[in-house]
Design a protein around this ligand. Sequence first.
Ligand code: SF4
Length: 356
Amino acid sequence: MISVYDLTELRSDCDRRGVYGRTLRAFLVAFFKRGEPWAGPMARVPDESRLRIVERLAGPCLKLVARLDSQIDGASKLVFEVAPGRCFETVILRYPSGRTSLCLSSQVGCALRCRFCATGQMKRVEDLTRDQILGQVSAAQQQLAPEGRTVDNVVFMGMGEPFLNEAAVFAAIGVLTDGDAFNLPEPSVLVSTVLLPDVARRFQAEFPRVNVAVSLHSSRQHVRAKLMPIAARHSLDEIKPLLGELASTRRRGVMIEYVVLRGVNDSPEDADHLAEFLGELRCHVNLIPYNPIDGVELEAAPDDAIDAMSDRLRARGLCVTRRRSLGRDIEAACGQLIQRGLPIQGDGGELSSSVT
Ligand code: SF4
């Protein structure tokens, strides 16, 4: 069987079997762009071609087991099951402007165990496949179609570290930006990463315009290493040159993510140190209010500390925004994605061999 997401194989198979290009395109537009359920696009294919496509084509494989809608903002959380008892989550973010973002997961759980992140508490359970990553987009398109909305941009900010699942994530980005598939402009895709150097270099070579957000959270090595164990392996000195490389090919440079924590990284000195570290880097600092996690002794910085930090960074010439996390009431906000009631079935938190 050919996966509907394997466009190279699908195109050449249709070619071999004499399915007209316009027939295939009508099918792909209905499925990828209009978010029609699987039977709909099939019905658009003329009878004589339908059999030639249908008999070898496999549709989306994800099982949607729950949808939770926020009562306070435009977020919805979709819960998918990959195997009995093993679930992961995707978040739809509806903005008042009419735009819709999708926060994708790339793994079930995560091996990196950043202290401020609920997903890290699950440890790594498994990597998602290309089709499971893209199935999240198809499922969201189907949920959004009755509202007259479509997915305008996707961010890999859900469960998992995308660079620890390189092959599947890179393949998924290829389909997200393929003109015959989801047809998203490259800058409408954003990958959020702790920045694993070797993978980052390959990513830069393959996707120089796909946006990148780097989880920094402190410009002081010892503080960052306490918050993010992976930082002990890849120091700020090691990743700093990469930030410049990534910024050089993107119109708005790179996004710097910074979860603001009381007494940890929220002082005026922290702001000055961060500005010094970033220097002339073309970047955009995104200050993220911390969403508390059960059992973690970290506290959100007070609003006035975040405002003061923002003002201080701006005064040093940096572009700064404060993230408005949607979906707090359904535990869909930044850092809150976790499978409740999951026994720790990860691989003990050891980093995958692809971490260099
Ligand atoms: S913040 Fe990202 S990299 Fe860190 S534990 Fe959470 S999912 Fe993993």
